[in-house]
Structure formats: structure tokens, C-alpha cells
Design a protein around this ligand. Structure first.
Ligand SMILES: *Cc1c(COP(=O)(O)O)cnc(C)c1O
Length: 379
């Protein structure tokens, strides 16, 4: 029997164990647990990898979004446009800062922010736009950035799911996700494409003044120790996590390729099944498949998940309830939204296991059982 998991962190660790263990041991030996040399080195190495001027590490991807919004100096009630079809963290920070989340629908094929919906949602109170590079695919940034520029609205890329991926502009120029907008945020949660062994996150920007502000806010609003210029928070990347991330960054491209190979395998296995729509790959995006998310029809999804579970194959729904329908959003008017594509996707998406360590036998076992279950259930 196979031991199939949504994400197999153990097998990945075993392959790089000597390097990782040595890096952790080195932090223990130096006892530089907070703000040690590994934190700075990792920030520099990631900046180099991405081709961005500044990487500001912090404690997690949610903090990165929060600090990013704080740095824009918004006032309570200012509007922030984002999608509802995302992880709650993207929207939660907007609410936490007493800003007004404004939800727009996504495209049914890419699962990312719909441009026309953004255009319609812009008001004089719109003070930020947060596109999410969902499941590893870039949002369509070129027209979005043009629209934002026209209205002078800052854009924050939520790049928690698409680090290592890239976007190609119409002039042929290709840049890494997280380097295109006013700033970007990411998460190093263990299951993310570049994950550490605990919590971690970062912000990226090419703007020197903004970088300084982000650094200050993440550090209690101080630039000089014990002199606090503004209200900030305490959000740091641990030295041990930074040391781990330095090792894993060297493998990121190979991890992205491994994920794409899994997606290729699944795409091919499902291409003739009329009840499965495999993920669309937008021509402008180098998709890094944080998730492999299908659309299914004519089958009861609960039964499908149960049948897969009986074969010891986990499946997940990302996400079972869109943000605007969460109880948390009631006081922000979430229930007033009508987002037909988001609602449609909520009912038909399902994600299969994807990670960097699969064998072909395991993929075959998953794909065969999934096709069979669908065929059996199809009405
Ligand atoms: C994971 C994730 C976050 C939050 O990251 P944490 O490190 O868990 O705080 C934010 N946005 C998206 C889209 C995510 O997938």
C-alpha cells in the first residue's frame, strides 16, 4: 500500500537531511537565534533569485500582508479590492486594520482576479488592490498594473502560493512573481512551494523608501533601537528557519519542475475524461502548481472524496467556503456580494495530492482511482 499525502515533507527532508541538519546545528552553535547572519543572507539570496531590490523577512505570510497594508498608511474605511476565492488571510488582514474589503470575482479558467470586475469596483476610496497568484498561477498582472496606475492605486501581490513562478509581459519580458507590483508578500509555511520547518514570511519591493518602512513596522516601528517612529508590530523570521530556507532556496527551481511534472502526469491521465476539467495554464504564467485543482461535473463531490479516502488517497477543497460567505465577513457586508464564478467554483473544485517526491507508481495509483471513481459516480 502507498502512503500518499497531500504534501510529503518527510521524504523531501530526507533527501536534503545532511545539509539541513548542518545548517540548524550551525545556528545552535552560534546561538544567533534572532536576527542572525542567516536571516540577512537569506533575504539577500532570495532578492537575488527573484530579481527584486528588497526582501524583508517576517514571521509569516499573514503578517507580511498586514505590514504591507500598514505601510500604505491607509485610514479606517478605505477600500481594498481583492478576491473572495483565496485563503482567508488575504482578506482577514484588511478587516483587522478596519479597512473595507471589496470582493471581486475571479475568472473561471485561471481562478485569479477578473480585470473587468476590478475596473467596476474602483471608487475614489479604493486605496489598494491585492491580486492573489492562486494555486501557483500568476494573476494577469499586465492589464491590472496598467489599470491601477491609471488610478494611482498601489498593488500588493499575494505571492504565498506562487513563489518560483513567473509572468511574461506582452513585450516578451519575463519576471518572477512577486516583483511586479508596489510590493508583494509571501509565506514560508511548511507546505508552501518554498516552505520552512515552522512559520515564516517575507515582503518584497523595489521601492527603497517603502522597504525601509516595511522593515520599521515589522520591528516595532523603530529604525534606531528604542526610538519608535510609528506603531508597528513584532514580526521576525527565526534564524533557524532562515538557515533552512537558504538550503531549500537552492532547490526551489527543481521543486517547481517536480510539481509541474506531477501536473503534466495528471493532465495527461485526465484529458479524456469528460467530467474532469484539468487546470488551465495561462500563456503569460509559468505555473508552479502549489495546488493541482480540477473542476468536476456530474458527480457528487462528497461521495468522490469518500471513495478516494477509502483508497487512502487524500483530496482537499481549496476552499470550501469563499471569504465573502464566512461569518467573519458579516460585519463587512460579505453577504451582500453576488460572485457567480466564485460560487460556481466553490461547488466544483477539488485538489489532488501534489508535492515534489512522487513516484510514477503513486501517481498512476492516484490517477487511475480518481478516473474510476468519477466514472462510477457520473450521472
Ligand atoms: C498561506 C497563505 C497566506 C498566509 O500565510 P501564513 O504564513 O500561513 O500566514 C496568505 N495568502 C495566501 C494566498 C496563502 O496561501
Amino acid at each position: 500500500m502507498y502512503n500518499i499525502q497531500m504534501v510529503d515533507l518527510k521524504r523531501q527532508y530526507e533527501k536534503i537531511k545532511p545539509e539541513i541538519d548542518a545548517a540548524i546545528q550551525n545556528v545552535l552553535n552560534t546561538t544567533a537565534f534572532i536576527g542572525g547572519p542567516d536571516v540577512k543572507a537569506f533575504g539577500d539570496e532570495l532578492a537575488q533569485y527573484l530579481g527584486v531590490k528588497h526582501v524583508i523577512p517576517c514571521a509569516n505570510g499573514t503578517d507580511a500582508l498586514q505590514i504591507g497594508l500598514m505601510a500604505l498608511g491607509l485610514k479606517p474605511g478605505d477600500e481594498v479590492i481583492t478576491t473572495s476565492f483565496t485563503y482567508m488571510a488575504t482578506v482577514e488582514v484588511v478587516a483587522l486594520l478596519r479597512l473595507q474589503p471589496v470582493f471581486v470575482d475571479v475568472d473561471a479558467d485561471t481562478f485569479t482576479m477578473n480585470l473587468e470586475a476590478v475596473r467596476k469596483a474602483i471608487t475614489p476610496k479604493t486605496k489598494a488592490i491585492i491580486p492573489v497568484h492562486l494555486y501557483g498561477q500568476s494573476a494577469n498582472m499586465e492589464p491590472l498594473l496598467a489599470l491601477a496606475k491609471e488610478h494611482n492605486i498601489p498593488v500588493i501581490e499575494d505571492n504565498a502560493q506562487a513563489i518560483g513562478g513567473s509572468y511574461t509581459f506582452s513585450d516578451g519580458k519575463t519576471v518572477k512573481n512577486g516583483t511586479m507590483a508596489t510590493m508583494a508578500t509571501t509565506s514560508f509555511f511548511p507546505s508552501k512551494n518554498l516552505g520552512c520547518y515552522g512559520d515564516g514570511g517575507a515582503m518584497f519591493t523595489n521601492d527603497d523608501a517603502l522597504a525601509e518602512k516595511l522593515r520599521m513596522i515589522a520591528n516595532h516601528g523603530q529604525k534606531v533601537r528604542y526610538y519608535h517612529e510609528m506603531v508597528g508590530c513584532n514580526s521576525r523570521l527565526d534564524s533557524i528557519q532562515a538557515a533552512i530556507l537558504r538550503i531549500k532556496l537552492k532547490h526551489l527551481d527543481e521543486y517547481c519542475s517536480a510539481r509541474r511534472a506531477v501536473a503534466d502526469y495528471y493532465d495527461n491521465a485526465f484529458k479524456d475524461n469528460p467530467n474532469i476539467t484539468t487546470p488551465y495554464r495561462a500563456p503569460y504564467s509559468y505555473h508552479v502548481f502549489h495546488q493541482y485543482t480540477l473542476k468536476i461535473k456530474n458527480v457528487n463531490r462528497d461521495e468522490l472524496q469518500k471513495m478516494m479516502a477509502d483508497k487512502k488517497i487524500p483530496t482537499m477543497l481549496y476552499y470550501p467556503v469563499p471569504c465573502h460567505k464566512q461569518n467573519m465577513m458579516k460585519e463587512f457586508g460579505g453577504a451582500d456580494y453576488h460572485l457567480p464564478v466564485t460560487d460556481m467554483l466553490q461547488d466544483c473544485v477539488i485538489s489532488l495530492p501534489i508535492h515534489t517526491e512522487f513516484t510514477t507508481d503513486e501517481l498512476s495509483y492516484i490517477a487511475t482511482n480518481f478516473n474510476e471513481a468519477i466514472n462510477q459516480l457520473a450521472k
